[in-house]
Ligand binder design. Structure first.
Ligand code: 5GP
Length: 114
C-alpha cells in the first residue's frame, strides 16, 4: 500500500494529539472532531481498508476494538455510551487508506447515520 498520513503519524513524522499507545495500536484525537470525544484508533500494521483484512489480521482488529472500549471506560464515557465506526471506501466515506476505528462520545448519536 502507499504511505499514508496515519503511517506518518505512527512514525512521528507529523504531529498528532496521541492519547493511547501499545505495541499494536496508536490512538490520537481526530483533527476535525464530530463529537466532544473523537479519537482514531489505528493499527501499527498498515492495512488499507476493511476489504484487505485476512484471517491473520483478526487479532489486530480485536486489539483495535478492545483498545477503544478500554479507553472509553477509562475516560468515563462507557456507561453513557459511545459509537465506534469504521468507514470503508467511497460509499463508506473513507478518506484515509490506513485502517482506523473512530470512537465518538460525549453526545447522543443519531440513527440512521448520514
Ligand atoms: P475516514 O473518513 O477515512 O473514516 O476518517 C479519516 C479521519 O481522519 C477524518 O475524521 C479526519 O478528520 C481525520 N484526519 C484527517 N487528517 C488528519 C490529521 O492530519 N490529523 C488527525 N489527527 N486527523 C486527521
Amino acid at each position: 500500500m502507499t504511505d499514508t498520513l496515519f503511517a506518518k503519524i505512527i512514525r512521528r513524522e507529523i504531529p498528532a494529539d496521541i492519547v493511547y499507545e501499545d505495541d499494536a495500536v496508536l490512538a490520537f484525537r481526530d483533527i476535525n472532531p464530530q463529537a466532544p470525544m473523537h479519537v482514531l484508533f489505528v493499527p501499527k500494521t498498515p492495512i488499507a481498508t476493511l476489504n484487505d483484512l485476512g484471517e491473520a489480521d483478526a487479532p489486530t482488529v480485536g486489539r483495535l476494538v478492545l483498545a477503544a472500549a478500554n479507553y472509553a471506560k477509562a475516560q468515563g464515557v462507557a456507561d453513557d455510551g459511545y459509537r465506534v465506526v469504521m468507514n470503508c471506501n467511497r460509499n463508506g466515506g473513507q478518506t484515509v487508506f490506513h485502517l482506523h476505528l473512530h470512537l465518538l462520545a460525549g453526545r447522543a448519536m443519531h440513527w440512521p447515520p448520514g
